[in-house]
Design a protein around this ligand. Sequence first.
Ligand code: NZQ
Ligand code: ZN
Length: 394
Amino acid sequence: MFGFTYYTPTKVVFGRDAEDQVGALVREYGGTRVLVHFGGASAVKSGLIDRVKASLDAAGLFHVELGGVVPNPHLGKVREGIELAKQNGVDFLLAVGGGSVIDSSKAIAYALADPDRDVWELFKRQRKAVGCFPVAAVLTIAAAGSEMSNSCVITNEQTGEKRSYNDNVARPKFAVMDPALTMTLPDYQTESGCADIMMHTMERYFTQGGNMEITDEIAEGLLRTVMKHAQILHEDPANYDSRAEVMWASSLAHNDLTGCGNDGGDFATHLLEHELGGMFDVTHGAGLAALWPSWARYVYKECMPRFVRYAVKVMGVQDKGQGDEAIALEGIARMEAFYRRIGMPTNMRELGIEPTEEQILAMAASCADAAGGKKGSAKVLYQEDMAAIYRMAR
Ligand code: NZQ
Ligand code: ZN
């Protein structure tokens, strides 16, 4: 195993009507002037924004609001938020939404801590953050895990670049998680979220060593649990207990718990997907599902023990002496079958896009640029490998 630092400073308040505590929580963390940041129509329509504002009012907190964050959140909206926050002396960012809203809030918060520098420089790896204003989340979709993660992913809509910046200073102060808030999600978003949650654990699972038994068992349990409840929610979207299971899994899958002791993880599928998001604006979790089977078939021979263990312990493949290769491939095939059962794509055509050879080469070049030339642990991928996986996933 490798040594690790496990840092999860986010206070989690979980359960029915937890959002009513948000005003008191902001106060507890020293906020006095709050920017309430949200997405399109969903949180307004459900009345959640009004309930959040009422809670802030009850706590005597000044607040301004900014909606309109789109999935694969735009740099332009971040810049709008920075200006509004500066004009109003905002000292606390409250994200009401999913990963896109939380990440937009984190980006605004980075900018407020260093107001004279362009925040996009962080995402271009040109400098590191000097600080971050406090951010907190009222989560409305179980998926990205941004409510406890150190990550922030923003799309520069003018260049089509989707880039991440990771820093512990941006981990949310608190996350309010009421599973009932996710019941209004369309099925496609629920299941894309489940695909993303699983992928955050799988990215940390398919590595070349350092794996601890305790971490593996937590990861496998998380994966089996999410698979079970993703299928229940596909049939019964109003099932509160299943909503709760996947909501808590979303946080545990991406707060580093399932990576303790490993080498930092693989994350090549995420890198490849971010280019799809930047170029074609696809839903993140569905994009991951469309790429993973091709990635897996491209790399499994170099990471055989992990693929065999995954097949047996997560996908329920029985070892009848058929040999490692057959077991590993059966595990990948069962994962694809699971994606199909929950309405997820298993290739880019099913995702609804058909990139040209030119676009594949451009995405592979951009991946290599974003990753500094190479990426991966299960197998280290270079630009030509990335292009090959995109071709396989057509
Ligand atoms: O804008 P509204 O109307 O709210 O609609 C949203 C959006 O269309 C809708 N939605 C959310 N909650 C809802 C709801 N609709 C009905 N009822 C509700 N309760 O769902 C759609 C997707 O929302 P979004 O925030 O984009 O989803 P998600 O949480 O999957 O976030 C995706 C973004 O996070 C990034 C992704 O790349 C993508 O940009 N990621 C962020 C990570 C991080 N910061 O740690 C890690 C991830 O790997 C990921 O890359
Ligand atoms: Zn993800």
